[in-house]
Design a protein around this ligand. Structure first.
Ligand code: ATP
Ligand code: MG
Length: 290
């Protein structure tokens, strides 16, 4: 495969007990990119990441990761990627330094003490552990689940510093603010890649037309709006509701009588990533309006 990409795979599929967890998946990730991986619980993110890093053999498909064949050269891939597993945990009876020293031994890192010191200086424990052996690719599976906003901010600052130094990062997340911090995104549902691109491309290609509305009793209003078949989605965002549909004319017609209500203030807005992803999830589940 002629590829400058750090990850370049196609046709990846994997079933467990006859059920497709990943179905004909393809992505290409360039060097230094921060690539976000999104999708509902059980959509196949972890399974895909494990196939990319050589821990799980796909039933079918092909491609390369760090230039190595994902089927034939999985041993090299395992050795060279920095993989943070989803429920990342360390040995609680060891200190942070001892934990890192242990990881450094597993990867046979030369000059362990210096490597551990350098990693600790710069990073939190979890990220430090995947960076000890100086990988060129990080696969981070929900690294910030349950982490407070300040620590998440620091973590993402580090990710961007690493990216600027040419390290490629594939990171799965359920957080939309993190999705917006990625260079490119892929959204996967029920094992299928539904869309990939930059956040702007994904929003532009969604075809959603969105209004936001503020006013009293938004919960009551949401219930009323949800009965309108032309509205694909009604989603509360703090003190506003986002109301989206596929077709401008249908949406205008459906909203006309609501827009006459003096207590409501309507504003045409851009759909956000969250609007687009919720919409995708709904349509995959067959829960679909226009
Ligand atoms: N080792 C396994 N044995 C059997 N089924 C599995 C195994 N690993 C994953 N699955 C199933 O494959 C599907 C995809 O799971 P996966 O863990 O890849 O999803 P995910 O997108 O990472 O979800 P989450 O956001 O909850 O982490 C699920 O239906 C899951 O139950
Ligand atoms: Mg997972």
């Amino acid at each position: 495969m002629s590829s400058s990409a750090v990850i370049d795979v196609a046709g990846l599929s994997k079933s467990f007990d006859g059920k497709r967890a990943v179905d004909d998946f393809a992505i290409r990730v360039e060097r230094g990119q921060i690539f976000g991986f999104l999708g509902p619980n059980g959509s196949g993110k972890t399974t895909t990441i494990r196939m990319l890093c050589g821990l799980l053999t796909p039933d079918s498909g092909h491609g390369t990761c760090l230039g190595y064949d994902i089927i034939r050269e999985s041993t090299q891939i395992k050795r060279e990627v920095g993989y943070m597993t989803q429920r990342f945990s360390f040995y609680e009876d060891l200190s942070i330094r001892e934990n890192l020293d242990f990881v450094a031994r597993v990867y046979a890192v030369a000059d362990r003490t210096r490597a551990v010191d350098a990693a600790l200086d710069r990073l939190g424990l979890a990220l430090a552990a995947c960076l000890l052996h100086s990988p060129q690719l990080l696969l981070l599976d929900e690294p910030t689940a349950g982490v407070d906003p300040k620590a998440r901010r620091e973590f993402w600052d580090q990710i961007h510093t690493l990216s600027a130094a040419g390290i490629t990062v594939l990171v799965s997340t359920h957080y939309m603010d993190e999705a917006e911090r990625c260079h490119r995104l892929a959204y996967i549902a029920e094992g299928k890649l539904l869309i990939s691109g930059t956040a702007d491309e994904i929003i532009a290609n969604s075809g959603l037309v969105t209004w936001s509305v503020t006013g009293p009793d938004l919960a009551g209003l949401a219930a009323e709006l949800r009965r309108e078949p032309a509205l694909a989605m009604v989603v509360p965002f703090g003190n506003t509701l986002h109301v989206s549909g596929r077709y401008e004319s249908q949406l205008d017609a459906a909203l006309a009588r609501f827009r006459q209500r003096p207590e409501l203030s309507w504003r045409r807005t851009q759909p956000g990533l969250e609007d687009v992803f919720i919409r995708m999830m709904d349509s995959v589940r067959g829960d679909s309006h226009p």
